[in-house]
Design a protein around this ligand. Sequence first.
Ligand SMILES: [Zn+2]
Length: 67
Amino acid sequence: MSVKRQFIAGARCPECGVMDKVRRCQTEDETWMECLGCGMKRMMDDEPAEVSAEPEAVEQAVIWRKL
Ligand SMILES: [Zn+2]
């Protein structure tokens, strides 16, 4: 199954506090957030994305990467 991975600009990892290492991962069935700094993973199905308070700015800064 393919996984879409999208870095979340301006997002801060809730575990280690590092910025710009958090990315949103999505398959057909699941959506989760992971941190490249500490390996944190958090499912996002039942809670809103923890991104900055300016969703429009985040959207513009999003970088899509195919792995
Ligand atoms: Zn982290």
